[in-house]
Structure formats: structure tokens, C-alpha cells
Design a protein around this ligand. Structure first.
Ligand SMILES: Cc1cc2nc3c(=O)[nH]c(=O)nc-3n(C[C@H](O)[C@H](O)[C@H](O)COP(=O)(O)O)c2cc1C
Length: 358
């Protein structure tokens, strides 16, 4: 980490996590020279669902909930950025404090509850960048008090199809009561049918990804895979935060309610990812997310079956130079291993990961 970045991270850690997050967004919005120069390497390019990703590392949803800084994130070296989760109406989310650092574990627990400025605000910002290049996905959700949650997703598809490189249907946040029940087969079938029907009516038809929880058992994964295949969903993002609590070193913060992310999520989310790859077969896109904090962990997600990877929590600990460092590390690996394309690694550890118990 450069001295500038190290001082920046130290300063941010003197503030509570949510204030620090707001400051980091403000820094990106102002164009402060944070982060490293992005490496471009043709071996890292990934073509997927009609999109050409310059590299396989993306910013996960939840950092830029209101689509304020997608282009600044791409400037940090990410190959793509996912904004949101956005809900039709603005909502405040849960009472504060609602983000907790588990520093000894390089993890975070959050129970934000989809705090965001709503569709209209995000649409305005995305419309203003419409002619810019760069892959920006839009992650859509439902309002907590909505009487028609499926309708909220349909509205998200219709609203953002014209601006999104891809759309993510997020039904895996643990912080909106009942939301994850939409992963159950019957509800999921209805949701995905209506989402795909909504997309078919739109002038632009971006790929649709489904983002799932890591807290699912094998039978639930089988049901999800069957619905994804039947409804011709383009890809699956594995995974959101976990409500489980693997052994943690951090004291009080580890007992907070909410979704756990970061290093302790790597094992579980990578196991679920590999099981999903086995169920879906080679042709459906998978984005691996959960505990990626280095080139090695990013590459391991690809070996376990991912086409692309994302991160969030590790950037809280390592700062904005992290994506550039990871991408450079992946390029070095491709050179050393004499790969023509990073894709050659995909599935090389699939059996090892898929055979782990949940
Ligand atoms: C503070 C915070 C807010 C998040 N908000 C969202 C969100 O709005 N939508 C979403 O799909 N995922 C959200 N996530 C989950 C991340 O996108 C990601 O799936 C998860 O954190 C695992 O990746 P990581 O270990 O690299 O953080 C959030 C995560 C964190 C830490």
C-alpha cells in the first residue's frame, strides 16, 4: 500500500464504518487520486453473455448503492462495477449503527436493510453516463414495505434495462425480512418468469443474473439451478453475505445480527459456487464473490468454477489500491503459468470444492 493510501485507510478507521464509507464515496466523487493505475492485459479479458470484460474482477453490490461513482470504481482497476441494490422507492434502512468492523477477522457484519435513494435518483445518474464505456451492472431489489415485491423487481428491470450492462436480481440480502424466501422454488419460478417477461418488453435486453445466499442446503441449490435453467437466466452470483457465524476472533462485534462478509465467508461461498457450477453445467455464467482479498483468492474462485469474481469487504481493509494490485497479480500469474487466457483455469479445482460439505 502506498503511504498516501495507508494514511487514508488509517484516517478512515478513526470514523465509524458508515461515516468512513460516505467519505470514501465522496473522495471518489471528487476524483481524488486514490488507488493504482489499472493494468491492461489481454490474457485477463473475459467474454461473457455478449459483454467484453477487460478483466474478471468487479466491485460487488452495496458499495455504490446509489450509482454515484461507477466510473471512478472502474478507474481503480475493476473490470466492472455493480451499483445498487436499488429499490423503487427511497428507503432509510435499519437504525444505526448497522455496519460493524470485525478487524481481527478482516470481516464485516452489516444489517443496512437496502438503504438507498430509490430508482429515480439512480436512473438520473446512470442516464448522465449512458454514452460512457465500461461495464456497469445494476442490482435491483424490493422495498421492505412493498405489497408487491415481485412487481418491484419488474419495475427495476423496466427502469434500468436501458442503462445496465447487466441486471442482478438480488433476493439474498438477509436484512429485509422474508426476502430470502423468494429463493424457494415456487416463489422463485414466479419471480424469474415475471422478470424475464419484463425484460422481453424492454427495448434493450441486458443479461439477467440472480444473486443467491450462501446459507442454502444442497436441495435448495438444486431447485435454484433448475429454475435458472428453465427460465433461461443468464447467470448466478454466488454469494451474498452469510447469517452463519464460523469461528471468529472479534469479540462483541461478532455477536451483532446481520450478514457476515470478508475472509471468513471465502470457504462457504466458494463451496456453494462450485456446487452451483456442477448443477448448472459449463454454459451458464457464474460470478464468484465472498472473501476475495488477493490475486490468489480471486484465481481460486475461477478454479472453483467462476467466470468472474467480485469483492467488497477486503477493500475496506486494504484500501482503493487493492483492485489494481489484484489485477496486476492475476496478470503476473497468467504470464508465469504461460496461460493464453485466464479462463483456462476455470473448473480446474471444481471437484475439490464441490465435494466439500455445506
Ligand atoms: C456494507 C455492505 C453492504 C452490502 N450491500 C449489498 C447490497 O445492497 N446488495 C447486494 O446484493 N449485496 C450487498 N452486499 C454484499 C456484497 O455485495 C457481497 O456479496 C458480500 O459482501 C461478499 O463479498 P465480500 O466478502 O467481498 O464482501 C453488501 C456487503 C456489505 C459489506
Amino acid at each position: 500500500m502506498s503511504l498516501f493510501d495507508r494514511l487514508g485507510q488509517k484516517l478512515l478507521f478513526t470514523f465509524d464504518p458508515e461515516t468512513a464509507h460516505g467519505m470514501s464515496i465522496a473522495a471518489l466523487r471528487c476524483g481524488l487520486p486514490v488507488g493504482a493505475r489499472a493494468v491492461r492485459d489481454s490474457r485477463l479479458k473475459v467474454s461473457l453473455c455478449g459483454l467484453d470484460f477487460p478483466n474478471p474482477l468487479g466491485m460487488a453490490a452495496g458499495y455504490d448503492k446509489n450509482a454515484e461513482v461507477p466510473d471512478a470504481l472502474l478507474g481503480l482497476g475493476f473490470g466492472f462495477a455493480e451499483v445498487g441494490t436499488v429499490t423503487p422507492l427511497p428507503q432509510a434502512g435499519n437504525p444505526k449503527p448497522r455496519i460493524f468492523r470485525l478487524t481481527a477477522d478482516e470481516a464485516v457484519i452489516n444489517r443496512l436493510g437496502f438503504n438507498n435513494e430509490g430508482h429515480a435518483a439512480a436512473e438520473k445518474r446512470l442516464a448522465a453516463r449512458k454514452r460512457r464505456s465500461g461495464i456497469v451492472g445494476v442490482n435491483i431489489g424490493a422495498n421492505k414495505d412493498s405489497t408487491d415485491r415481485v412487481g418491484d423487481y419488474e419495475r427495476g428491470v423496466v427502469r434500468f434495462a436501458a442503462y445496465a450492462s447487466y441486471l442482478t436480481v438480488n433476493i439474498s440480502s438477509p436484512n429485509t425480512p422474508g426476502l430470502r424466501n423468494m429463493q424457494a422454488r415456487e416463489q422463485l419460478g414466479e419471480l424469474l418468469s415475471r422478470v424475464m417477461a419484463a425484460r422481453a418488453t424492454a427495448a434493450a435486453q441486458p443479461p439477467v443474473f440472480l444473486k443467491i445466499a450462501p446459507d442454502l442446503v444442497e436441495a435448495e441449490l438444486e431447485d435454484i439451478a433448475a429454475e435458472v435453467a428453465e427460465k433461461r437466466i443468464d447467470g448466478v452470483i454466488v454469494s451474498n453475505t452469510t447469517i452463519s457465524r464460523p469461528p471468529l476472533r472479534s469479540g462483541d462485534a461478532a455477536r451483532e445480527t446481520g450478514g457476515l462478509s470478508g475472509k471468513p465467508l471465502f470457504e462457504r461461498s466458494t463451496t456453494v459456487l462450485a456446487k452451483m457450477r456442477k448443477l448448472l453445467g459449463p454454459g451458464i455464467a457464474i460470478v464468484g464473490v465472498g472473501g476475495v482479498d488477493s490475486a490468489e483468492t480471486a484465481l481460486e474462485k475461477i478454479r472453483a468454477g467462476a467466470d468472474l469474481v467480485q469483492l467488497y469487504t477486503s477493500m475496506i481493509y486494504a484500501g482503493p489500491a487493492l483492485p489494481g494490485r489484484i489485477v496486476a497479480g492475476m496478470a503476473r500469474f497468467a504470464e508465469m503459468a504461460r496461460l493464453k487466457s485466464i479462463r483456462e483455469l476455470r473448473d480446474s479445482h471444481l471437484d475439490l470444492w464441490a465435494s466439500k460439505p455445506l
